[in-house]
Structures are given as C-alpha cells and as structure tokens.
Design a protein around this ligand. Sequence first.
Ligand code: SF4
Ligand code: SF4
Ligand code: FES
Length: 531
Amino acid sequence: MAKVTIQINGQEVQAEEGLNLIEAARAAGVEIPHFCYHPGLGVDGNCRQCLIEIEGVSKLQIACNSFVKEGLAFRTDSDRVKQMQAGVLEFLFLNHPLDCPICDQSGECLLQDYYMSNGKYESRLDLPKHHKRKAVPVGPRVMLDAERCVLCTRCTRFCDQVTKTGELRIVNRGYRAEITTFPGRELDNDYSLNTVDICPVGALTSRDFRFQKRVWHLRTAKSLCTGCARGCNTYLEFDDGKAYRYRPRENMAVNDFWMCDPGRVTYKELNDNRLDVAIVEGQERPFHEALELAGSWINEAVGSGKGSDAVVLVSPQCSTEVLYAAKKFALDVLGTTRVGGGNVRPAGVEDEILRRADTNPNSRGLEALGLTRNPADLLSDGGSVLLIFGDDPIGFQKDLADGIQTFQRVIYVGSNENSTSGAAGLALPMAPHSECDGTFVNFEGRVQRFRKAFTPRGDALWGPNLLARIAEFTGDEFGWNGPKDLWQELTSNEPTFANLEYAQVGDEGRLLDAGQDAGRDAGVTAPASGR
Ligand code: SF4
Ligand code: SF4
Ligand code: FES
C-alpha cells in the first residue's frame, strides 16, 4: 500500500494509507491504549479505550476504526484525550476486583498496565462492588473469572470468526453483563487456548499454565511447534531449564496469530520422560564410555567389511541439521547407502484453520535431503549396525520391532525414553529443539528456524555434535562449528537448499523455492501482538 505523510502528536511520519491508527501509531513508536481491537479480528469499537483527537473533527474518535489518509493529523497526548482515556478506565474498574496479586495474568495484563500508568488508584465508588463468578471452568482447557472481564468481546469474536464454533456469548445487561457459554455447551474447540492469549485481562486463563509460574520469571525463545507439518511459529517460555508454555508467534505466511490446543501441549515432551543420560543394556553408563562403545560397534562393523549393510533410520521429527549429519555419517563413516526414513505416526486431524494430518514437523526436510524411505523396507534385510534417530518407531508401529531386532547392534539417538530406546542396546541422549538452534521445513516447503532456549539437559548433545563425538572413536574427520557452519556445508552439497543463506531464513522463514516466495515474503510484516 502507498505511504503517505501524517502527523502524530505534532511529528511528521510516513504511514501506510488505509492502516488503522492504532497500528500506524505503533509503527511510529506511539502506543494507543486499547482492549477490544486485535489485528486478527474484525473491528468492534466497543471498549472506547483508544480515543484520540483528530485535527478538524470536533468529537474524540476511536483509533481502531479511523484510518490513515494523506495529511491526517491526530494527537494521543492532549489533556482531552488523557482525561477521556482515564475516564473510560475508571468506568471499567468500577466493579473490577483488583485482585492482581492472585491473578495469573498479572505481569502481562493490559488493564494492570493502563491502571499503573493512569494513577487513578482511589475508587470513588461508595457502593459495594458487584461480584460475579470466579474460577469457572468454561471448557476443558480454559478457566473464566467473570468479574475481571472488560467485555471486549475478543473471545466471542474469535469463536465466531476464526473457529466459527460460536461457544461464547455475553449475557445480561449493564453491570450484570458477563461472558458465558451457551447452555449445555463448553468452550472445547481445538483452538480454545487462543482466547486466553487474546483476552487482554485475567478473565480467561489456561488451566494448564495457571499458577505454574509468575510470568516475569519466564524467559522467551523464538521457536516452532513440532505437533504437525504446519510448523506454527511460537514463543517457547521457560525458566531454569524447564519449558512452561508455548504461545503463538505471529507469522502471516504460516499461522497468522494462532496455534492449536494439541500443538500447545507438545512443550511437555521437552520436560517429561527425557533421555538425558546414556543407557547401555538398560543400565545408566558414563557418557564417554557409551560413546566409546558406539565407536567400537561401528569400528567392528566397518573393520569386518560390514559397514555397507548398516542402516541409519532417520525421522521427520528430526531437524534438517540432524538429518543432514545422519546422512553424512551413514555415507562417510559407515559407508552405507541404507539411510532414510519416513513417518511412523498415525495421521492426525486436518482442518481448514491450521492443523495438518502429517504429525511431523520436518517431512519436507526429509524429502528435500532425498531421505524419504519406507522404514519397513529399510529394515527388512537386517544388518550389522542400526542407528535410529529420533521418534519411537516401535512405539508407533509394533511390527517394526521384528525388523529392528534382526540387527546385531542397535543404537538409539533421541530426546525421550520410549519403547525404541528401551529395545536398543545403547541409547544416547540428543538435545531436542528447545536446547539447540536449527530448522524444520514445513508442508509448504518453508524453511523455518527455531532458537535454543536453554542448555541441553544432562549429557544431551546437539545431534550433529553427538555424531562427531562418536566419530572421534572411529578416527573419522567429522564435525562442524555449530549450526551456521553445518548450514553452509548443507547448502553447498544439497541442491534443494542451494543458495539459501541462514540469515535469509529470518524470523518468517523462506520457501525452498525462493522464486515462489518473492511475493509472500516481500513486505510481510508480522503485526504486533494485540496485547
Ligand atoms: S473474557 Fe476476556 S476476551 Fe472475553 S470479553 Fe472478557 S475481557 Fe474480553
Ligand atoms: S497446527 Fe500443527 S504446528 Fe500449529 S500448533 Fe497445531 S500442531 Fe502445532
Ligand atoms: S474501541 Fe478501539 S480498541 Fe476498543
């Protein structure tokens, strides 16, 4: 859209014609308080918190429903605006319980922020406050505190416009008005936790996350959901080596502002049931000893001329970097071409919003590296050594156990204990995507980066480093100085990734065929969060 010149608080700025004034001001570094506006939902204009003064217009106007045009001048800082904004806020606080110390939204609440910045701390209400329902489970994953609600209708509009399930409504009038579900219905759609994200106050909270952690103790890494091939962009929030929640990270080319509820709980795999030490024949062993054993098994196979009948079974759960390193290890260290893998998981639910039936984050990465092979075929003839990367082939497909057991030596490399790690003679801990940098390629062929949140747990290592450590015992030259170094080599050796520089992938990802991408990435700006 064309840029035009406007004035905000007397300063000339360039803004996109037609953009609403909350976004235009935000782009210029000016925050206009608001509750009901959210960039992913239609404008409702009900909260009146975003009032501004537009030159030449006598009455104050709402910024969320006023738009940039050439020569427009408006103020967000005049006495009149400040007085009206404070008045609206005081009105919203009339019956609000002000229970910030016990509210799970505390620290990320718009009402709390505006209250603190307006300083109207003394209530002028002589009557007792009107109380409403507190801690009501409105669905299996969402809790409602009705007296904290500012009736902005973001949650009802989400259920009407995005999921089109319409579970939520406002009932009653005046000070008795409150959010509720229709009789006999629950807020149980597959995207219900997005209402918690967009609720600007502590009225809707996540039953999974509430009271687990004060949000100001959390740190954040840009990450990706691994629940399906969509690869929704996320913030992974963590503290002290533990993941606490995922929140969606806006990417208009992938997931807009949302993520699904099943994907949201996949953070638990990063904490629970972790394989963080080496296990040899069911017993915990020192990591160095286990690596040496892996090296000796490989030397044994290669030395007796049986390296070529070794198999490296990889998974579309692994990052592109791990897949590339495993392929190179198979070809250069083991000397086998029996390397590849595929999906072993049952198909998931596919819908028209985000969810994909393929429950792997990197099927396209596997394909782009030429590694797509049927696991059953790959295992069918047995062999000397089997190296399994990630996932749980036996847990998901019991009949693969027979093929796996025909190998003389089985080494499992993964992040969680499971049926396959239990069946392997040697299990080595690999860092999951919360503990290293890397990429997945989503179902559209979009390469997307995830960032390391915290240091690997226990003895776990970044997958390529783990292979490099094994190669120390086989006497092979093998290894990289981190993900960037590996990426450079990968893009030189793998034609599908040719010329795709790490920096180009950026925060929004990049289609493998960058030519197709030109129109989508150019000018895609993830709108700031509605908070
Ligand atoms: S529950 Fe939250 S999102 Fe829904 S109307 Fe109330 S304040 Fe708005
Ligand atoms: S749609 Fe897929 S990638 Fe997105 S949140 Fe759900 S499971 Fe995760
Ligand atoms: S009226 Fe503009 S944000 Fe609510």
